[in-house]
Design a protein around this ligand. Structure first.
Ligand code: NAG
Ligand code: NAG
Length: 414
């Protein structure tokens, strides 16, 4: 490995979502870095920032081990070039693939170009360069059943167009034989500086109802509705553990120990239309692990934890109201009117003032839809031996998040 040391050189692709926390885990502000060199690549500029970075990440970027490259990963020659390490550094040992379009209003064509193609090109390049570990994250764009074991043998249904193409991406990567691939299928991720996703949205909206001293109500009936959660620190820790695991074993051995069939979940007619899409009947195996905490979080438990933190309660609309909200498109604006107004009031009343914040109380159609995501986390504990650092979604976790947002000026101080 590089510089005669035993620490690996690492490449993280994508800066949105969770990679900032992963970077801070690999090169902590205090203490020894786990890597010899870390490169982070995405389309955004970081100086000046063209996306939210949070207060901590610029300090990570300033560390001598870290190099940021602004690059368009949809271009094959650029994908090739980012794998060339800086002068004097050895080749990349581990790649963490956090690319992929996370917006639900994107067309199929955009999803294919920016989710499937980017990952496929990265995977092919990583295989050619004999990268020792390639860890791909897949987000909870699935609907699982309330029954079943929820383990990796379950075949959850990809949720919508975004789910179909995120899942197809896994098949494309699994098809690259020499790629030292591990797939981590995460739950709903939350944590400091995570400005994206359902839990962040629930925390922001919950604070508004606390401020308004009104119960926060769900449009869905009380039921199990699992929405399993994961702290971003465990996303980072498990990513690292997974990379070390496959780097020791290689793909063939890892497939034997943890390979799962990545089942075709697309329209057969797409196979001939989409470049690099494996045939529908091709049996594809790759090491796959669910990654969620031990909370068994549900809509109700998340709602109760969040609202009780902000001094209010979680409730459900009655049947009549729920029937009304079946017509979701109209309901979205209706529901938002309340809490968006409240959040604006909170921001405007803050002292010191908040010039801008990445947080919004607006819940889009996806955030208001019902999601059922239940994953068992037994396999990663048993096969990789990963121990969760933040097993429970609780008030301490929410407090840490809100305190850090207050400190950086993203959250109202009233
Ligand atoms: C990236 O490259 C593609 C293909 O050339 C282009 O369509 C797209 O606009 C580029 N994106 C950015 C952010 O420059
Ligand atoms: C997707 O990529 C194809 C092939 O490079 C290109 O022709 C098309 O314009 C792209 N579409 C979008 C929406 O980015």
């Amino acid at each position: 490995m590089a510089d005669g040391s035993l620490k690996p050189n690492v490449l993280i692709c994508g800066v949105n979502t969770y990679s900032r926390a992963l970077a801070a885990f690999l090169v902590p502000l205090e203490g020894e870095p786990l890597v010899s060199h870390l490169r982070i690549v995405d389309k955004y500029s970081v100086v000046p920032a063209t996306t939210y970075l949070g207060a901590e990440f610029p300090k990570v970027l300033a560390k001598p081990q870290v190099d940021y490259k602004q690059a368009n990963l949809t271009v094959p020659s650029i994908v090739h070039s980012i794998f060339d390490p800086p002068e004097g550094k050895g080749p990349y040992d581990y790649v963490f693939d956090l690319t992929g379009e996370v917006r639900h209003d994107r067309t199929e064509m955009i999803l294919i170009n920016t989710t499937c193609n980017v990952a496929r090109m990265l995977g092919q390049e990583a295989a050619e360069r004999k990268v020792k570990a390639y860890v791909r994250f897949t987000l909870p764009f699935y609907e699982t059943t309330s029954k079943g074991t929820h383990d990796e043998k379950d075949d959850p249904k990809p949720d919508g167009t975004i789910g179909i193409w995120w899942h197809e991406t896994l098949r494309m990567l699994a098809a690259i034989e020499d790629l030292n691939l591990v797939i981590l299928r995460v739950g709903f991720v939350y944590g400091p500086y995570v400005e994206f996703g359902d839990i962040t949205s629930a925390i922001t909206v919950g604070s508004v109802y606390g401020y308004l001293k009104k119960p926060m109500k769900s449009v869905w009936s009380p039921g199990k509705n699992p929405t399993n959660t994961l702290h971003v620190e465990d996303l980072a820790g498990a990513a690292w553990a997974s990379a070390q695991w496959i780097a020791r074993l290689g793909r063939k051995e890892a497939d034997i120990l943890a390979g799962e069939s990545i089942i075709f979940r697309n329209d057969k007619s797409k196979v001939s239309q989409v470049e690099g899409m494996p045939p529908h009947d091709k049996k594809l195996i790759a090491p796959l692990f669910n990654l969620v905490d031990d909370s068994n979080s549900t809509l109700l438990s998340v709602g109760q934890t969040v609202t009780s933190f902000f001094g209010t309660t979680f409730d459900f609309f009655n049947l009549g109201e729920r029937t009304m909200y079946k017509f979701m498109d109209d309901a979205v604006e209706d529901i938002n009117e309340h809490h968006v107004g409240g959040w604006t009031q909170m921001i405007q009343s803050s002292n010191p003032p908040i010039p801008n914040t990445p947080l919004s109380a607006y819940m889009d159609k996806y955030a208001l839809e019902k999601h059922i995501v239940a994953f068992s986390n037994t396999k990663i504990k048993e096969v990789i031996g990963y121990n969760l650092k933040r097993p429970q979604f609780n008030h301490d976790g929410i407090k840490e998040i809100v305190d850090k947002w207050k400190e950086e000026g993203s959250w109202p101080i009233l």
